[in-house]
Design a protein around this ligand. Structure first.
Ligand code: 5GP
Ligand code: MN
Length: 335
């Protein structure tokens, strides 16, 4: 958490004369949207206005969240997003650790912005911002926003809108309260959020009972050819651009696919390779169990990073060569 000195400085920054902007990482997920909207609604309760900016569009299954439709999507509203960041007095950097993680457009804007920058994030190796609250042991940035409200002594301000957003962020980033860093504290916070009006059935249904037929067809395709290598320890899944097009891929359709590889008995690592629809690289998702560190692995070989058990990366070869290189790299690793 921020030190008490930092908290008192942040309190001074949070005043109605200041323009406040909240920014998330590229390809925002449930925790990115949940934490940033949760913080926005919290600031509103304090009488402050804040604009949420995301670098690019986010999945439909997150658009039910209160005021999700008011989010400024920089790839569609370049001028507006650029000006908001340029003129901001305070920028909250949420759910990412380094400016470049918000993409080629927004990343440089953050770097150049004159605003005071406040990072709240749970990824490894954070960059140095004016204020840094980084804790890789916490399963979701949305939980950290709750702790931030506590540190300000204002968790009493949490209302139903805030509760719904933070609940969604925690639920999605913990894979439904399953992943390793899910703690008793996480569950206590979830209990409080339910008391403040978050409805678990409604949130789960809005977020997860939203399969499209195209998504299920894509899932059945990749499951039908899932490959397990390295003595059953590593699962490999992949999707090609033509297949995405054939099934009418929409943003978010492949969310969670990589987890199926980990559900196989005996696997330690699951890797999902996908030809990016718009850019010329292979997008990779890694997941792992226990102490197998895919953050380090991805940093070392695949231009990425993330968390110990969940990381992403990109690679600039064909999908076939990417998978071949991956198989070679994992042979050298001792998991
Ligand atoms: P996902 O596989 O769901 O895209 O990402 C898993 C985790 O790794 C997320 O926390 C995400 O923020 C992080 N991540 C994904 N792609 C990258 C990347 O290219 N670089 C870094 N540093 N982190 C990534
Ligand atoms: Mn997160």
């Amino acid at each position: 958490m921020f030190t008490s000195l930092e908290i008192s400085e942040i309190k001074k920054l949070l005043n109605p004369d200041h323009k406040i902007v909240i920014i998330t990482h590229y390809n925002p997920d449930g925790d990115a949207i949940g934490s940033s909207l949760g913080l926005k609604h919290f600031l509103k309760q304090k009488g402050l206005e804040a604009d949420v900016i995301v670098p690019n569009d986010f999945p439909k299954f997150l658009k039910w969240m209160p005021e999700a439709k008011k989010i400024t999507i920089a790839e569609y509203k370049r001028k507006q997003a650029g000006e908001l960041i340029y003129y901001a007095d305070v920028i909250f950097v949420l759910d990412f650790n380094a400016s470049h993680r918000s993409g080629n457009l927004v990343g440089p804007w953050i770097e150049k912005a004159k605003a005071k920058k406040i990072l709240i994030d749970h990824h490894q190796q954070p960059e140095n911002f004016d204020f840094v609250y980084s804790d890789t042991a916490i399963p979701a940035t949305s939980q950290m926003v709750y702790h931030f409200a506590e540190a300000l002594g204002e968790e009493n301000l949490i209302n139903q809108d805030i509760a719904e957003c933070l609940y969604t962020g925690i639920m999605t980033d913990t894979g439904g309260f399953r992943f390793r860093s899910t703690s008793a504290t996480t569950h206590r916070i979830i209990a409080n959020l339910i008391e403040k009006g978050a409805d678990p059935a409604m949130i789960t249904s809005n977020t997860w009972d939203t399969n499209t037929v195209s998504r299920l067809h894509l899932l059945s395709l990749i499951l039908s050819r899932i490959e397990v290598v390295k003595d059953g320890k590593v699962a490999v899944l992949w999707l090609k651009r033509d297949e995405l097009k054939e099934f009418g891929f929409q943003k978010g359709d492949t969310e969670g696919f990589v987890n199926y590889g980990l559900s196989i008995m005996g696997t330690q690592v699951s890797a999902f390779f996908m030809e990016d629809l718009y850019e010329d690289f292979i997008k990779i998702s890694f997941r792992s169990k226990e102490d197998v560190d895919v953050n380090q692995f991805s940093r070392k070989y695949f231009n990425g990073g993330g968390h110990i058990n969940a990381a992403g990366g990109k690679y600039f070869k064909t999908i076939e060569d990417t998978i071949l290189d991956f198989k070679e790299k994992i042979e050298a690793e001792d998991f």
